[in-house]
Write a protein that binds this ligand. Structure first.
Ligand SMILES: Nc1ncnc2c1ncn2[C@@H]1O[C@H](COP(=O)(O)OP(=O)(O)OP(=O)(O)O)[C@@H](O)[C@H]1O
Ligand SMILES: [Mg+2]
Length: 244
């Protein structure tokens, strides 16, 4: 589904992503791990069009999407969440999700109807699916951190993606929140037959759900394969797992 070849990105001479190859099969749950500054978020930004690579290509279902605008890539079925939350802090949970549907689907023939009526049923369904029904009228900025990340997952799902990229979905969460979020992501991925690519620092989370792991170190992929292979890889142990 996703094929990254020879991807490079430098920031004023500093190679943040260096000759990266990465493939994700349809339906797979894949993780990109690596120490702080390894280039994980930069790689995601290159895939989703938020950054343009210096060289290399990104293919989605065989189609070249290298350098395409983010909204076009979303329309082609790639959703994402951000490392820092991206919600509208002053809107309620319900309004956040409804706004996401409006952004992705537009008003169409409903142009003259009141915004409040639009995508009400879709929003209700999504609200239930991400487990935030009880918080529907809460102003998003006042949600717990864990619930904010849950809401952000909902925003990404409003575009009905086939491939979902999650940048540290459990960052900053308590152990309980992390556990619940992982269960939620697994359930939603299963229900929607999503292909998932995520970054994560919590190794328990990574080894619990990833079917394939790529390890980035200083912008390069130093290992890529099944969790058991990656866990046993001497270089991975030396540069990464050994640090924890
Ligand atoms: N827009 C930018 N301008 C300059 N340097 C950048 C920019 N974005 C990222 N970098 C640098 O590129 C390197 C990779 O950063 P990136 O955010 O991709 O790492 P990461 O693996 O996501 O780290 P973390 O685990 O802390 O989120 C870092 O050294 C970072 O400082
Ligand atoms: Mg990052």
């Amino acid at each position: 589904m996703l094929e990254v070849r020879g991807l490079n990105k430098s920031f004023s001479g500093f190679r943040a992503v260096s000759d990266v190859d990465l493939t994700v099969e349809t339906g797979q749950i894949a993780a990109v791990i690596g120490p702080n500054g390894a280039g994980k978020s930069t790689l995601f930004n290159l895939i989703t069009g938020h950054l343009r690579p210096d060289t290399g290509s990104v293919r989605l279902d065989g189609r070249d999407i290298t350098g395409a605008a983010p909204h076009r890539i979303v329309r082609m079925g790639v959703g994402r969440s951000f490392q820092r939350t991206n919600i509208f802090a002053k809107l309620t949970v319900f309004e956040n999700l409804q706004a996401a549907f409006l952004v992705h689907r537009g008003r169409g023939r409903d142009f003259w109807s009141r915004a409040a009526a639009l995508y009400r049923d879709d929003t209700e369904r999504l609200l239930a699916s991400i487990g935030l029904v009880d918080q529907r009228d809460t102003v998003a900025g006042t949600l717990s951190y864990g619930n904010q990340k849950q809401l952000e997952l909902g925003l990404a799902l409003a575009s009905d993606p086939a491939l979902l990229l999650l940048d540290e979905p459990t960052a900053g969460m308590s152990a309980t929140e992390t556990h619940d979020t992982i269960r939620l992501i697994e359930r939603i991925a299963g229900e929607r037959s999503l292909t998932l690519l995520f970054t994560e620092h919590d190794m328990d989370v990574v080894f619990q759900i990833a079917q394939k792991i790529a390890v980035l170190h200083q912008g390069r992929v130093i290992a890529d394969g099944a969790p058991e292979e990656v866990r046993a890889d001497p270089e991975v142990r030396r540069v990464y797992l050994g640090e924890h």
